[in-house]
Write a protein that binds this ligand. Structure first.
Ligand code: GFB
Length: 313
């Protein structure tokens, strides 16, 4: 539990979707001394830049939400960058957190660390029990290295570094690029553009049968604050809603939210990725935390955000 609301907290990735949600959540709880720079101001892949930043700021607590992220297509196109950038960022932040005696660090990994054909819902224990999903193997390997680094640093150096595994995240701050974005943002854009153009069809990648567990980013931020304040140890936690939808069901919900229905054309030249990605969240529920924002509510908020903040209508 962080008792002093003036404690200096460095949110690495403060300008990103997850980092900014975490900052809002911490500020709402009264934390006021939050630091962090945008990636164009601090290149966290650079050991020198990160060392200088720690020397100057000397944070007491660190949230490691900085990462190179993207949807299935971005992961397929840039596997080297997803591996290298993420390894470099997390190596630097974790190592300098140790050297500068940070009291606690929280590392955000991802549900893609689990094997492609892991039994569903996926329990924390299935880590490294099988082959990874090839479409995001680079990203997954970096995230596995990060969570192992936290575990090994605790064992060897006595640090208090914890890890969480979020499911697929969407919401405020999403990247709505048509090609490189995650599925929710991509489909919101596609359905909105179909409505504007009065198109009769909407193209959806894959078969529509892949299943995803989707969580609104503010729920993830709430879980991070909860675990940061309540958990110390070498276990890591799945953070999700505990239920999933097929991509077909998802696009139907998005059409309801946007208020426009068209015929769906499934483009099976595009990959499905992992057939199902649903986590077992019983460990987190037993620790006392549950998601509260329904998919319908989260999609409605995200669509409003897209209209107001992205399109500026
Ligand atoms: O969010 P997403 O891109 O990535 O979702 P993953 C991909 C799923 O949505 C696939 C389908 O089944 C796609 O076939 N889909 C349908 C679409 N239409 C679209 C579309 O227009 N755009 C996109 N992007 N998908 C991510 C990893 O995997 O999971 C990340 O790439 C991260 O690294 C994240 O780990 C949690 O869920 O497949």
């Amino acid at each position: 539990m962080i008792r002093d609301l003036n404690s200096k907290i460095f949110i690495a990735g403060r300008g990103g979707q997850v980092g900014s949600a975490i900052e809002r959540r911490f500020r709402r709880s009264g934390f006021s001394n939050i630091v962090g720079l945008r990636s164009r101001e601090l290149d966290m892949r650079s050991q020198k830049a990160v060392r200088e930043y720690f020397e100057k700021e000397r944070p007491e607590y660190v949230i490691l939400a900085a990462a190179k992220v993207g949807g299935i297509q971005a992961n397929i196109e840039s596997p080297a960058e997803f591996l290298y950038d993420n390894l470099a960022i997390q190596n630097n932040i974790i190592e300098f957190s140790r050297q500068y005696e940070v009291k606690k660090l929280l590392f955000l990994a991802s549900s893609c660390i689990y094997p492609r054909l892991a039994p569903q819902p996926m329990k924390e224990e299935c880590l490294m029990s099988g082959k990874l999903e090839p479409t995001n193997e680079g990203y997954a390997i970096a995230k596995i290295a990060g969570l192992k680094m936290c575990e090994f640093y605790n064992k060897q150096y006595g640090t208090d570094f914890i890890s969480v595994m979020p499911c697929n995240i969407y919401g405020y701050g999403d990247n709505f690029s048509p090609i490189r974005s995650h599925v929710v943002a991509a489909l919101i854009r596609k359905v909105h553009e179909a409505k504007t153009a009065k198109s009769k069809t909407i193209s959806v990648w894959g078969t529509g049968n892949a299943r995803r567990e989707l969580m609104f980013v503010d729920d993830l931020a709430d879980a991070c604050l909860y675990l940061f304040n309540s958990y110390t140890g070498n276990d890591f936690f799945n953070v999700g809603t505990g239920y999933d939808v097929s991509i077909r069901e998802l696009v139907e919900l998005i059409m309801d939210v946007v208020g426009y229905h068209a015929e769906l054309k499934f483009d099976t030249t595009k990959p499905d990725g992992m057939p199902q990605k649903l986590m077992d969240v019983s460990k987190l529920s037993s620790a006392g935390w549950r998601a509260t924002i329904s998919l319908e509510e989260g999609l409605a908020r995200t669509y409003r955000y897209f209209i107001d903040e992205v399109l500026n209508l």
